[in-house]
Design a protein around this ligand. Structure first.
Ligand code: ZN
Ligand code: MN
Length: 487
């Protein structure tokens, strides 16, 4: 609707995929496939008399994200109890961070269609996940496997101003978590969940309007639909002169509407207090620096560098930096094929290789074709040693069964036929073997030329340089045409 501006902030919950849980030694398992209640112990099910212990690796993962988001790290942060009752929360409280979170005041650069947008990050804190309720007719079942899985909450300022900006922010954040190797980003398994706070205001008013919060958005699709719906709904309310009510909403995926969930709870409803069973979390500066040194080049920086350093287009660079493993593969191939233009390597990776990976349903991490082999094939093609069909065939074969490109070309005589004399000999052979077709050509059926070309390529077992064949065949047909006896 015209005349209203939306302001949207996101609260993202991302599981930290450590081996064990946040406060106990239970393994972190895939909550969609593991047998229910097989990864639980007395600590994560909240038995009396047990003591939680902080998982150092989870803190390290949280630190990676906080540093990558350019946050200020608190040297001492505190865990707190957030008290509420719900059947998926066996302890009756969630261990979280409240007044003293791990990190505050960062930013994420989000690529937009034209340029970049800096979205401010308010805070990043550590907490634990809850169990999962499975509702069935007549009963609700509880699976505590997810109870106590490390969870990172990343809260942005309400800087997002459209559904598209929300989408790009969510995509960029998921990509960052994958680059940092803290979360595999498989949304269908619920490892990243969103909550959005949304307000709209008349375009001429600087102060933000009253906001609503939409909870439990577990996919990009739900997130974007819910945000679009709320922007429309609130604009409609304001347009008829009414006020938006501050409330917490749920998203009804089937009907595509938000519904009031409960009256907005205030922080004091949770009766936060410092967790008495855990010491303050003190981060040594040396350790923070070690984690900072570990950080890989971040997606937006790599995207920019690929354009400058390798001369890739923005979209080629985007395809190759979407996943860190693909970007690594590309750089490894470039390093092993000096002299071959990087744009050619990029072309073969995003074309042939991505197609092969797609067909076999493999991620690039499990690519059976080493980057050096791809580089060798592209180099053979680039130098004219082999022709295009041979190059494609070699790639597919090595992808499936392995092999050394140069050796295969040598042993099987796959080298491209580039000797004009040899090609002329084949042209004459085809001419001799197909007098009827040649006569048809000379009588004016020009499309026969393409067929004759195919015959010459076949006579060369597909290895001839196609452009050279085209040229030599043309020359021969011209000669025949000139010498044709008049009718
Ligand atoms: Zn446990
Ligand atoms: Mn939370």
């Amino acid at each position: 609707m015209n005349g209203f501006l939306p302001s949207i902030g996101l609260e993202v919950h991302a599981e930290l995929q450590t081996r064990s849980k946040m406060f106990c030694a239970c393994p972190v398992v895939d909550s969609t496939s593991a047998r229910p209640n097989t990864a639980v112990c007395e600590i994560c099910t909240g038995m009396p008399g047990t003591l939680p212990v902080i998982n150092q690796r989870a803190v390290e993962y949280a630190l990676r994200v906080a540093l990558a988001l350019d946050c200020t790290i608190e040297p001492t942060s505190l865990f707190a109890r957030k008290n509420y009752f719900y059947p998926d929360l066996p302890k009756g409280y969630q261990i979280s961070q409240y007044e003293h979170p791990l990190a505050q005041g960062g930013k994420l650069c989000v690529p937009l269609e034209h340029g970049e947008k800096t979205v401010r990050i308010r805070r990043v804190h550590l907490e634990e996940d809850t169990g999962k309720l499975l509702h069935q007719p007549g009963a609700s079942l509880i699976d505590y496997n997810r109870s106590g899985v490390p969870l990172l909450e990343i809260v942005s300022e309400p800087d997002l101003e459209s559904v598209e900006e929300v989408r790009r922010y969510a995509v960029a954040l998921r990509q960052l978590l994958r680059y940092l190797e803290v979360n595999h980003g498989d949304m269908e398994k619920g490892v990243i969940r969103f909550e959005a706070n949304i307000s709209v205001r008349p375009a001429d008013r600087p102060a933000l309007g009253t906001r609503t919060e939409v909870k439990n958005l577990n996919s990009f699709r739900s997130l974007l639909r819910a945000v679009a719906y709320e922007i429309d709904r609130q604009s409609g309310v304001l347009a008829v002169g009414q006020d938006v009510r501050q409330e917490t909403l749920g998203w009804d995926e089937r009907n595509g509407v938000t519904l009031p969930q409960r009256s907005k709870e205030e922080a004091h409803d949770y009766r936060y207090f410092p967790e008495p069973d855990l010491p303050p979390l003190v981060l040594e500066p040396d350790w923070i620096e070690a984690v900072r040194r570990w950080l890989p080049e971040l997606p937006s920086a790599r995207w920019t560098r690929f354009q400058h350093e390798y001369g890739l287009s923005a979209s080629q660079a985007e395809l190759l930096t979407e996943e860190r493993a693909a970007a690594d593969y590309f750089e490894a191939a470039c390093a092993s094929a000096r002299g071959v233009p990087p744009t050619e390597i990029a072309h073969w990776i995003t074309g042939e290789l991505f197609a092969l990976l797609n067909e076999t349903g493999r991620p690039i991490e499990e690519c059976p074709l080493p980057a050096s082999a791809l580089a060798a094939v592209v180099a053979l093609r680039q130098s004219g040693r082999i022709n295009l069909p041979t190059a494609k065939h070699l790639l597919a074969e090595i992808f499936g069964a392995g092999g050394d490109p140069a050796q295969m070309v040598e042993e099987r005589g796959l080298a491209q036929l580039t000797d004009p004399g040899e090609i002329d000999r084949l042209v004459l052979e085809v001419e001799r073997n197909h007098p009827v077709q040649v006569a048809q050509y000379l009588e004016g059926k020009k499309t026969i030329e393409q067929w004759l070309f195919g015959q010459v390529m076949r006579a060369a077992s597909g290895k001839a340089d196609p452009q050279l064949v085209q040229r030599r065949l043309r020359l021969r047909l011209d000669v025949l045409e000139k010498n044709r006896p008049p009718r």
